[in-house]
Design a protein around this ligand. Sequence first.
Ligand code: GRF
Length: 203
Amino acid sequence: MAKLRVGVLVSGTGSLLQAILEGQDSSYEVGVVASDRPGIRALERAEKAGVPTVVVEFPKGEAREIASEKIARTLRNHEVGLGVLAGFMKVVTANFFDILGVPAMNSHPALLPSFPGAHGVRDALAWGVRVTGTTIHFATPDLDGGPVIFQEAVEVLADDTEETLHERIKVVEQRLYPEAIRLFADGRLKLEGRRVHILPAPG
Ligand code: GRF
């Protein structure tokens, strides 16, 4: 089977990107990393790994649609078979998915459908839940609403701050995201309605 090429979208420190880079194997490789802002740590990590990088600024309002199109075209030009949102903090518009033309995944730091949006960790903490976690899911135009691939719980400790809780959630995301990409690359994720079935490894 040919290696799956993935295009990763980042906005921040890129600890998830790093895990995805380190997870590269015979199933998948990172073909391009795109960011909505220059000079971030995630881009440094990509450059260090020898992966081409692109910056597409993401203004508010109507221009967001143009930026979404631009970023999708960039991924297409690199012939990716999967878009991977890894801590990408801008909301792409629906045309991103149309133009990309292949599936996309996202990792969210809460147990969806609880606490969607940009502050999943903060909102869970403020609500006072005892358990939160992470959701790796197919990304769709419905923000944080696509079919779930993996979920794993993380306990909230009495003295947690947003930072300490997020750090523990990130450790789980870093383990699960490369695995989800690998399963997709190996053709082992089967979508049936909203449900994602994980098929057994062949032979
Ligand atoms: C992850 O928790 C992801 O779910 C959230 O941002 C974090 C990624 O951070 N949206 P990093 O830039 O990969 O370190």
